[in-house]
Design a protein around this ligand. Structure first.
Ligand code: ADP
Ligand code: MG
Length: 326
């Protein structure tokens, strides 16, 4: 009797330790794309930091304009009016970018690179201000793995690459049989399953205040992605005026209106990332109607940067239902 009790106790102990093992949270982090990456997952260690780092480094070697011999830099230097053979990876992200350009009346446009460089927010040097005729996604064509540049445009994937890399990292975790995780690169996030407390992952949306970091809203996220865009961290000032790093492709100049931040919750981080940038460019009404059509949960803040009393929030239907009117 005594013996069987101790066997039972042992089994219980093993079971308990198996359970607590399962609730172990693993945290990995590193640097990529001029910012940081973070992966949290629940379970025993099953993927190494170096595996994720290598994967992100390879991704950067394709997409970055900051790496001189990256595939994208080579495409940017390639002559115009010739079909160029590009990798599957690059073709996929350009394909998605072109789709999003079409869905946002051209507000999201990866051909803004020259203007980004001219206004001092890019990797390249541009001394002459580009005209609006030098920007436009219609000047590139994609046919499977072949790309054609009709004009000498400069492609910049910065507004979608972080989100895309988040999605790719999530796939890496899924392949390692991890299904409760959070992946974050520079504020763009995807979350799946529940955290170690058996709750959905809590994400804070920041107040668009350049002076301090404060939480504007917290949301519970699972099986979805969130990305935010804003002019309140990365901007320049000239003669007292704020110059945003977001370019309006229609004018080839930094945006001027009063949208100061946008957050988008969607099924993929790449999609959320790109639309969050588009919503910095478009009038609020257009962004909300696109969000409702695409079933995004979107939050947009307008106002005067630096004057919190002028802030006004706008929500898409899903955002309002899920996170506001409770
Ligand atoms: P944010 O957090 O504001 O979205 P990102 O780094 O994700 O910041 O995106 C901003 C970057 O995207 C800019 O620095 C520029 O390289 C690029 N960009 C600017 N305007 C546009 C645009 N209209 N469409 C696509 N990319 C843009
Ligand atoms: Mg973005």
């Amino acid at each position: 009797m005594k013996k069987s009790m101790s066997v039972l106790a042992m089994m219980l102990l093993i079971l308990l330790s198996a359970c607590s093992n399962e609730e172990q949270e693993q945290i990995l982090h590193g640097q990529t794309m001029g910012t940081t990456w973070l992966v949290k997952y629940i379970g025993s260690p099953s993927i190494q930091q170096q595996v994720i780092q290598r994967h992100l480094d390879q991704f950067n070697q394709t997409m970055s304009t900051y790496i001189e011999n990256s595939e994208l830099s080579q495409v940017n230097r390639a002559p115009v009016r010739q079909w160029l053979v590009i990798s599957d990876k690059l073709a996929k992200i350009i394909q998605l970018s072109l789709e999003i350009s079409k869905n946002t009346e051209g507000a999201f446009d990866i051909t803004v690179g020259k203007a980004v460089n001219y206004w001092g927010f890019g990797a390249g040097q541009e001394n002459i201000e580009p005209t609006k005729q030098e920007i436009g996604y219609q000047y590139i064509r994609l046919d499977g793995n072949r790309l054609y540049k009709e004009k000498n445009i400069y492609l910049d994937l910065s507004a979608i690459a972080k989100g895309y890399a988040v999605d790719e990292t999530a796939k890496l975790l899924e392949n390692a049989q991890i299904n409760r995780y959070l992946v974050e690169i520079g504020g763009e996030i995807v979350a799946k399953g529940k955290n170690k407390k058996q709750q959905f992952w809590t994400i804070a949306i920041e107040k668009p205040d350049p002076m301090q970091r404060m939480i504007m809203q917290t949301i519970e996220l699972t099986n979805q992605a969130i990305a935010s865009s804003g002019s309140y961290r990365n901007f320049k000032q000239k003669n007292g005026k704020i110059i945003s790093h977001t370019i309006d492709p229609k004018t080839a100049k930094p945006i001027k209106h009063n949208v100061i931040a946008s957050s988008v919750i969607a099924n993929s981080a790449a999609v959320a990332d790109a639309y969050a940038t588009a919503f910095m460019v478009l009038p609020v009404s257009a962004s909300i109607s696109i969000s409702d059509k695409q079933n995004f949960s979107t939050l947009i803040v307008t106002g005067k940067m630096g004057d919190n009393s002028t802030f006004k929030k706008y929500y898409s239907t899903h955002f309002e239902q899920k996170y506001v009117s409770k």
